[in-house]
Design a protein around this ligand. Structure first.
Ligand code: NAD
Length: 222
């Protein structure tokens, strides 16, 4: 039987920022439903949650697939009764290049995962939260969602889109008791960035180094 106070869904929970958020939430008496395409990473996060005394479940899903998103949302609602927190976080960087050299396939996949995936998550989770008349949603954009990001034009476009979606959703559903925010981290040391030069002061601020996912203060709005 579930003994936690809240139920959260975290997408991209198998690595990096999603894993750190899952562990943080689980430390706050929150049952964590860990969504990730990557089964190995998702199961590893679940083991870490259990090691620290938390409770959770791993659900394999591709956030760009309508069927998969409907599946993880209805599974959590039916099995655990509610969705208090939704961390809409899964994302990919794609292959960096100058814009004219971006392949269409690369562009399409980035938009499908980062933008459509965020949209689908909002679309189906908000329905549940509307019925509850409460809920907290955090979408993960990036500094690339508010400024130019050379070599990451498709990624930057997808994250600008996530910022736009969040602003609209926050206006539409705030009055209905659903608090919706977006976080825009700079460089964070995760699997996504492990092969990148992280010394760029524009991305990383005065410290000239990436943040660690565990220390992302932006996750406090949970
Ligand atoms: N690392 C950074 O510097 C940084 C900075 C700003 C924003 N972000 C954003 O933070 C979020 C998390 O990134 P991260 O750095 O933790 O990366 P990461 O690669 O460590 O983790 C991303 C997770 O998302 C999962 N994922 C990818 N595509 C998926 C899909 N279609 N369906 C389900 N799961 C999928 C991956 O399997 C992985 O476990 C992303 O949205 C990313 O764009 C990262």
């Amino acid at each position: 039987m579930m003994t936690q106070n809240r139920v959260a869904i975290i997408t991209g929970a198998g690595s990096g920022i999603g894993r750190a958020a899952s562990l943080k939430l689980s430390n706050q008496k929150t049952f964590v439903a860990l969504v990730d395409f990557d089964e190995k990473g998702g199961e590893e996060t679940l083991s870490l949650v259990k090691e620290q005394g938390g409770e959770g479940v791993y659900i394999q899903a591709d956030v760009s697939s309508t069927v998969d998103v409907q599946k993880y949302v209805s599974f959590v609602k039916e099995r655990y009764g509610r969705i208090d927190v939704f961390f809409n976080n899964a994302g990919i960087m794609g292959t960096p290049s100058l814009l004219a050299d971006y392949s269409e396939e690369n562009f399409d996949r980035i938009i499908a995962v980062n933008l459509k995936g965020a949209f689908l998550g909002l679309k189906y989770v908000i329905k549940v939260m509307e019925e509850q008349q409460s809920g907290v949603i955090i979408n993960t954009a990036s500094t690339a969602g508010v400024q130019s990001t050379p070599f990451l034009g498709g990624y930057s476009a997808s994250k600008h889109g996530v910022v736009g979606l969040t602003k609209t959703a926050a206006e539409e559903y705030g009055p209905k008791g659903i608090r919706i925010n977006v976080i825009c981290p700079g460089g964070v040391m995760t699997n996504m960035t492990k092969d990148m030069d992280m010394s760029d002061p524009i991305q990383n601020g005065p410290l000239r180094r990436p943040a660690s996912p565990e220390k992302l203060r932006m996750l406090y709005p949970f």
